[in-house]
Design a protein around this ligand. Structure first.
Ligand SMILES: Cc1cc2nc3c(=O)[nH]c(=O)nc-3n(C[C@H](O)[C@H](O)[C@H](O)COP(=O)(O)OP(=O)(O)OC[C@H]3O[C@@H](n4cnc5c(N)ncnc54)[C@H](O)[C@@H]3O)c2cc1C
Length: 405
């Protein structure tokens, strides 16, 4: 147990995705995380619902995670973007028989499914409530010392530690980082009329209001909200009683879903951007939020992380098959080349959207509406944006095509 092919620091959704992908192809991994996953069962731990793109969902099926989800999630068939409550805007639609743009899944269900899959791994060891106190990366390999005195070794170290990755910092990898003056309020709304599998992005200068379809439950129709507002406005909205908060949400989204009420508690997330100048070092690779984090405006952070996982797993498994050391610089260079452009493009696109829609005033709104109506009429541009939402653009790793490595 003290030696594996890969040591993964971080057992969030991205770390467990990588562990499961490696296990599916016969490589071994040790996952180290100071957290106690039992706390994931607490509904208040992570109240988010994530848009999992179609290609990400294919990977979850291929690596044996999707079959542990209590339901496949709610398909997103249309994304409707609008500048405030002005009529018009931009719609990305798929037919009933087409693959959906993505699937909305509650994070607590994703976490439970990933954990169950990883615990069943033949060559996976999950060290929860364990902390690495040192990680030495030398020519011959990686040695990780844990707080309790245990030592682990592997040819490769992967950091999946989230935004404030200590391993990234210790490796001296520079990042570009800035804070948005935005806080996201996340919750679930119950509504009178069905959502028809439409995801709405309603843009305001103070931040976007996203309304994301969820599967109906016994009590009726539901949608998740990610309501980005100026950080100084968050305490006021959070202090409202549930009825008043629902009334504010209804005002922000318009009345098209009929009567609404709050169906879950509210939680908040400060929003920021960071992007690592490089995603590899000596015997080191970064994945997920350790490498990049972006505004949730387009629901891409987790999906970009899953793309890191699919690419890194493929590079490592193919390298192992031809007998390479898994910390070999050639393999890490291939991973770096494969992922750098895609992550930068998505990060800059989401940052650009945040800024464009952050400009207040009627003139800016008019320009945005013209822009949206132009995109709406140019089929190749729309097709490209839909491929981005599905996660099917660029050179897709095997797992994202639903193929085992
Ligand atoms: C409001 C909001 C809505 C979002 N919606 C979407 C969406 O719809 N679709 C989408 O694709 N993305 C979405 N995202 C982004 C997505 O949630 C993140 O990109 C994703 O959760 C990152 O996962 P991760 O595993 O990389 O990091 P984390 O979830 O942060 O996990 C990091 C793990 O590392 C562990 N850790 C920390 N320090 C150490 C250490 N020193 N050693 C070992 N382990 C350590 C932590 O305990 C944790 O388990 C959203 C984000 C926000 C804020």
């Amino acid at each position: 147990m003290d030696r594996a092919d890969v040591i993964i620091l971080g057992g969030g959704l991205i770390g467990l995705a990588l562990a499961s992908a490696l296990d599916s192809s016969g490589l071994s991994a040790i996952v180290v995380d100071p957290a106690d996953p039992e706390q994931w069962k607490n509904a208040a731990f992570d109240g988010r619902t994530s848009a999992v793109s179609s290609s990400s969902m294919r990977m979850l099926q291929t690596i044996g995670v999707a079959n542990h989800l209590p339901e496949p999630g709610c398909p997103i068939r249309t994304i409707q973007a609008a500048d405030g409550l002005d009529p018009g805007g931009l719609a990305f639609e798929t037919g009933e028989d087409d693959e959906p743009l993505g699937w909305m899944n509650e994070n607590r269900n994703l976490r439970a499914a990933f954990r169950t899959r990883a615990e069943a791994g033949r060559k996976l060891w999950l060290l929860w409530k364990s902390r690495a106190v040192a990680a030495e990366r030398s020519e011959s390999g990686v040695m990780v010392s844990l707080e309790d005195g245990r030592k682990l070794s592997a040819p490769l170290l992967v950091a999946a530690e989230g935004r404030n990755s200590p391993t990234r910092e210790a490796a001296g990898i520079r990042i570009a980082r800035w804070r948005y003056d935005h806080t996201a309020i996340v919750s679930v709304l119950r509504h009178e009329h069905p959502h028809d599998n439409i995801a709405y992005e309603i843009f305001y200068p103070t931040g976007p209001f996203a309304l994301l379809p969820m599967t109906d439950d016994a009590a009726g129709h539901r949608s998740a909200i990610v309501w980005s507002i100026r950080s100084d406005e968050a305490p006021g909205l959070l202090s409202l009683c549930e009825e008043d908060f629902a009334a504010e949400a209804r005002a922000a989204m318009g009345g098209f879903l009929g009567d609404i009420s709050l169906a879950a508690s509210r939680s908040t997330y400060p929003l920021g951007f960071h992007h690592a100048a490089q995603i590899t070092g000596k015997r080191l690779a970064l994945v997920g939020d350790s490498a990049h984090a972006m505004h949730p405006i387009a629901g891409q952070g987790l999906n970009v992380g899953f793309r890191d996982v699919a690419a890194l797993a493929q590079v490592l498994v193919e390298g192992a098959r031809i007998g390479l050391d898994l910390g070999d610089q050639q393999l890490l260079d291939r991973y770096q080349r494969w992922r750098s452009l895609d992550t930068l493009m998505v990060a800059m696109a989401t940052d650009g959207l945040t800024r464009i829609y952050g400009v207040p005033g009627r003139a800016a709104s008019a320009v945005r509406r013209v822009g949206m109506s132009i995109i709406d009429r140019i089929a190749p541009v729309k097709d490209r944006l839909m491929a981005e939402a599905r996660g099917t653009s660029g050179e897709l790793p095997l797992l994202l095509r639903g193929l085992p490595i």
